[in-house]
Unconditional design. Structure first.
Length: 404
């Protein structure tokens, strides 16, 4: 019925796990060095050796789970160091920045382009674009803020006469890349002005009517275009002629008519659009060609000319026949050779000392010759006229005498 006796004290050399220097109390974590502040009993040197041996055994048989739940000072130090280094590494890790960042501006349509970037674990990334003017250092975000396309059209964000700088970076969750900035850009002087559109050529006899449209829709009328049209006569080699053979026309209209061209000739032309107030010259259009046709007057002449020629030929032939019929004798005399004695015979007959006359006299006694004389007038012998009334002869009379 009295109080319980006290528990027996362990022997000095056999203290066990719960006694002696470095013993682990119930529920303790067994941290190495725990109990160092307690003064050992008995032989101090022997207990110190026992403490070191037990400490080494305890570290060897401790499981990883227990080490994580109840780490010792060295393990806790290395764990904290690893976590700090991991946090620093994560905070210093950055995504690749976009590459080939360029601005393409065509007909005042301004587009920022770049090459794609691959995120961690080949995951998709988004891009963030900001811009500012050269006169202001504050950056403004574009909307939408994050997008996955590889280009951004900032035409509506910035006016053509404003000089701006754009920058872009890659984002994936909490990770991001460095900013990449573009050089200063001003659309008014750096855009590429295209050629006129919908060019059409209509032939009207010896004229060509050219119609076209502006390089882009100018509904607001804020752009005043000047069109430079060059045209020339097409050559056989299809090359551009020399400058002295090219005619240049400047006009603000969207139609131009070339008049008084050569008929049935092919002409070629090209057009360039210019903005004089912005000192901006556009690209040349392609080469267009058209061939002129005949005018109405030329066509009428070609149709009536054969008929006129045929009528003229018939009239000429008719008058020729009439002239031949009327002047037949004259024509015969013109076509008949002249009845003249050859010159050498005439000279012989005119020579009074011809031997032929003497020969005629010498032979007169041998043969009988008739002497014939020609009377030019019938009035000298009216008797002969009476004997020849029944004949239709001219007034010639032949009188024959017998020669002695």
């Amino acid at each position: 019925g009295g109080p319980a006796p006290p528990p027996p004290r362990p022997a000095p050399g056999k203290s066990g796990k719960r006694a002696g220097f470095g013993a682990r109390p119930p529920g303790g974590c067994g941290v190495p060095g725990e109990g160092i502040g307690r003064r050992p009993r008995g032989d101090g040197g022997r207990q110190t050796a026992v403490f070191g041996r037990r400490l080494r055994q305890r570290l060897k048989r401790r499981t990883p789970a227990a080490a994580m739940l109840c780490p010792g000072l060295p393990q806790l130090f290395f764990l904290v160091k690893f976590l700090v280094e991991a946090a620093v590494a994560e905070s210093s890790f950055r995504l690749p920045a976009p590459q080939n960042v360029t601005i393409v501006s065509y007909n005042f349509q301004n587009i920022l382009k770049w090459s794609p970037v691959t995120g961690i674990n080949s995951s998709a990334v988004s891009y963030r674009v900001e811009y500012r003017t050269t006169s202001y250092h504050g950056w403004e975000e574009v909307t939408p803020r994050n997008f996955t396309k590889l280009q951004y059209n900032f035409t509506n964000d910035i006016r053509e006469f404003t000089e701006v700088i754009l920058r872009i970076r890659t984002e994936q969750g909490e990770l991001e890349s460095d900013w990449v900035e573009t050089p200063p850009f001003r659309a008014r002087i750096q855009t590429v002005l295209g050629p006129p559109r919908e060019i059409n050529a209509t032939v009207e006899a010896n004229s060509i009517l050219i119609s076209y449209k502006a390089p882009f829709d100018n509904n607001s009328g804020s752009f005043a275009f000047l069109y430079v049209i060059s045209y020339w006569e097409k050559s056989t080699n299809n090359n551009l002629p020399s400058s002295d053979k090219v005619e240049v026309v400047n006009t603000t209209s969207t139609q131009c008519k070339f008049k008084n061209l050569m008929e049935m000739t092919e002409y070629c032309f090209h057009i360039r659009a210019v903005l004089p107030e912005k000192d901006l010259s556009g690209l040349l259009s392609g080469i267009y060609c058209a061939k002129t046709s005949l005018t109405e007057a030329t066509r009428t002449l070609l149709i009536t000319l054969p008929f006129i020629i045929a009528v003229a030929v018939v009239i000429i032939i008719f008058f020729c026949l009439m002239g031949i019929q009327k002047h037949q004798n004259i024509i015969k005399s013109l076509w008949r050779p002249p009845l003249t004695i050859p010159l050498h015979y005439e000279e012989d007959l005119q020579n009074p000392q011809m031997t032929v006359a003497r020969e005629f006299k010498n032979c007169a006694g041998e043969d009988h010759w008739d002497s014939v004389s020609v009377i030019s007038s019938v009035e000298q012998n009216p008797a002969v006229t009476n004997s020849t009334d029944g004949n239709n002869q001219e007034g010639h009379l032949l009188e024959t005498d017998e020669l002695q």
